[in-house]
Design a protein around this ligand. Sequence first.
Ligand code: NAD
Length: 260
Amino acid sequence: MLKGRSAIVTGSTSGIGLGIARGLAAAGVNIVINGFGKPEDIEAERAKLETEFGVTAIYSPADMTKPADIAGMVTEAEAKLGSVDILVNNAGIQLVKPIDEFPIEKFDQIIAINMVSNFHAIRAALPGMKKRNFGRIINIASAHGLVASPFKSAYVAAKHGVVGMTKTVALEVAETGITCNAICPGFVRTPLVEAQIDDQAKANNMPKENVIRDIILASQPNKRFVEVEEIAALAVFLSGDLAQSITGTSISIDGGWTAR
Ligand code: NAD
């Protein structure tokens, strides 16, 4: 059903973004992958998308802190793939620190990558979507877009901002064939979370298994990590025609975290 569509997935050289890129490619979508990493690893993932799924996949090294890079990535995608029908704003970073010790440049960087980049990408991709009267904008927020945890001021502020921006965009394009939604995952075991597990194990002098059970998954009632494939499946559904009435909403995949 998605065959022949094209998507940009930001921050898709790893973790959730890579899972979503693979999920969309499996549904026949041409893909722009984006993010950092070793050139040979990125090229291997890009090539795998083409050989495994028979789609066209290109790589954009656009830095999500740089507005001109983001606009350039959209222009390049439209030129090389013909359109950007699906935009998944996924790139994100984290830092866990008390607010009075939070490095100022790190706060600015988290806000830029996790929230402001969504604005620049949406701003650049919308005109083409409006022209074709079809678009799916999927912002990867977080349970932290709906509730807070201590020591994550930049991340929580950015993700709440993403949820607010999602609603605004949805209202602005409500009478078109474009939808805009946020996905709010709980903990997913990606490099971003692996770093938090390591930090907490060191800080609390605890084995990793105890950190996972007693700290990381303490807020996740089902006591298991979300799998990237579960998030990818939702992104694929939201990208389809049958999701045309789902817009302006935040969908939680968090094992019950935000039900409390
Ligand atoms: P990850 O660290 O595995 O992947 C992050 C991706 O973003 C990588 O591809 C990285 O290269 C890219 N990236 C980082 N800085 C960038 C920049 N300046 N420009 C372009 N790309 C950049 O992390 P992840 O866990 O897969 O997180 C993906 C998204 O999901 C993030 O927005 C994160 O906040 C969100 N999220 C993650 C979890 C979780 O538990 N892992 C939970 C909820 C939400």
